[in-house]
Design a protein around this ligand. Structure first.
Ligand SMILES: Cc1cc2nc3c(=O)[nH]c(=O)nc-3n(C[C@H](O)[C@H](O)[C@H](O)COP(=O)(O)O)c2cc1C
Length: 147
């Protein structure tokens, strides 16, 4: 099974979690990049759009921006052609104390786009950066991917 992790990270939190997962899964991280990192751009122009066509299992990860999935991850997911036959896990990192302050909504948005592309959504995880349980949540996630 070929695993891959595709992330957008503006300030490094999502990347830090992804790096730990990548170590556990012995797989590569592919970063989505846009012309501008300004989170207020509604339709960002992407310059790096990782090709996931050869992967069987993917992890997509993004920060929460303005109670939603980041516009850059949203634009990336929307331009994907097809995720048929692929299992897709999702995680987001967020800052506000409760998952209902954007985290849940962001995951729901990502799930809807992945399912519209016929991907099979598996694990869905919210990592609250300000929570005392942050490390525990990350460790548990890493454990589920440890080969
Ligand atoms: C423009 C902007 C908007 C944000 N909006 C939210 C939000 O609605 N809810 C939340 O919990 N965190 C919010 N955050 C915090 C980020 O989601 C959080 O710091 C995340 O871990 C950043 O991930 P990154 O370092 O990978 O970019 C926001 C951050 C930025 C820069």
């Amino acid at each position: 099974m070929k695993n891959g992790i595709v992330i957008y990270s503006k300030t490094g939190n999502t990347r830090a979690v992804a790096e730990r997962l990548a170590q556990a899964m012995y797989c590569q991280i592919f970063e989505i990049r846009a012309v501008s990192d300004d989170p207020n751009i509604l339709i960002p122009e992407l310059v790096t759009k990782p090709d996931v066509s050869t992967f069987d299992h993917l992890v997509f990860a993004s920060p929460v921006h303005g109670f939603s999935v980041s516009k850059i991850m949203e634009a990336y997911l929307k331009q994907l052609k097809d995720l048929e036959g692929k299992t897709v896990d999702l995680f987001i990192t967020h800052h506000f104390p409760f998952a209902w302050m954007g985290g849940n909504r962001a995951l729901k948005q990502m799930k809807a786009i992945v399912e519209a592309k016929k991907g099979i959504v598996g694990k869905v995880t919210s990592v609250n950066w300000t929570s005392k349980k942050r490390e525990q949540v990350i460790e548990e996630l890493v454990k589920t991917y440890s080969i």
